[in-house]
Design a protein around this ligand. Structure first.
Ligand SMILES: CC(C)(COP(=O)(O)OP(=O)(O)OC[C@H]1O[C@@H](n2cnc3c(N)ncnc32)[C@H](O)[C@@H]1OP(=O)(O)O)[C@@H](O)C(=O)NCCC(=O)NCCS
Length: 167
């Protein structure tokens, strides 16, 4: 099994994280979503978020060749509204390269998130899981709060699952 290391992302990772999100979402989310919906949302979902890359709590996993094969992080800010509630953290933009799944990359990224969030005084993490990722978040100790549709445009909603995990 090839090794990988986890480090804090920087704005210089924008192109590599964007490339990772594109191939990851297009490949790994496709089985659970309508193709026409994916075609519409993929360009909006797959751009790396500059604020996340600069926040210091977003991480990338690199393989031995220095390629970014995983990403994910957390923020105290709500992903849509930007508000902050004491003790609450939000999981953001997790993705593993399709050729690197089931090697513990996302688990390692989540362990880093949990450790850093705890150290920052967070006692509960929430996420909006894609339908395909629910099994991963459940394996990381998250439980379902209920279904939620994420609006990309007024006419375009992505069915997701709102989940939470006590730290
Ligand atoms: C969800 C995702 C990030 C998981 O990445 P990963 O690096 O493959 O996950 P890990 O190898 O760390 O898996 C950890 C555990 O989660 C569970 N798990 C992960 N993927 C799974 C799958 N496809 N089926 C069943 N269980 C799975 C398993 O319990 C696994 O442990 P195991 O391999 O020892 O059995 C990846 O599948 C992905 O990028 N999906 C598409 C993007 C996405 O939906 N992101 C989330 C947006 S909210």
């Amino acid at each position: 099994m090839s090794a990988f290391t986890v480090r804090i992302a920087t704005p210089q990772d924008e192109a590599r994280v964007g490339a990772l999100l594109s191939v990851c979402y297009a490949t790994l989310m496709a089985p659970d979503y309508d193709p026409a919906l994916m075609k519409t949302v993929l360009p909006m979902m797959s751009a790396a978020n500059p604020a996340l890359l600069a926040c210091g709590t977003y991480y990338v996993a690199e393989n031995d060749a220095g390629e970014v094969v995983g990403c994910g992080g957390w923020t105290p800010e709500h992903p849509g509204r930007g508000d902050i509630k004491p003790g609450l953290g939000h999981i953001r933009h997790f993705a593993t390269h399709p050729a690197w799944t089931r090697r513990g990359i996302a688990r390692a990224l989540m362990a880093r998130c949990k450790a850093e969030a705890r150290a920052a005084g967070i006692d509960r993490l929430e996420c909006y899981s894609s339908l395909n990722a629910e099994v991963f978040y459940t394996a990381q100790g998250f439980h379902e709060l209920g279904p939620i549709d994420i609006a990309f445009t007024p006419a375009c909603h992505l069915p997701c699952v709102h989940m939470a995990c006590a730290l």
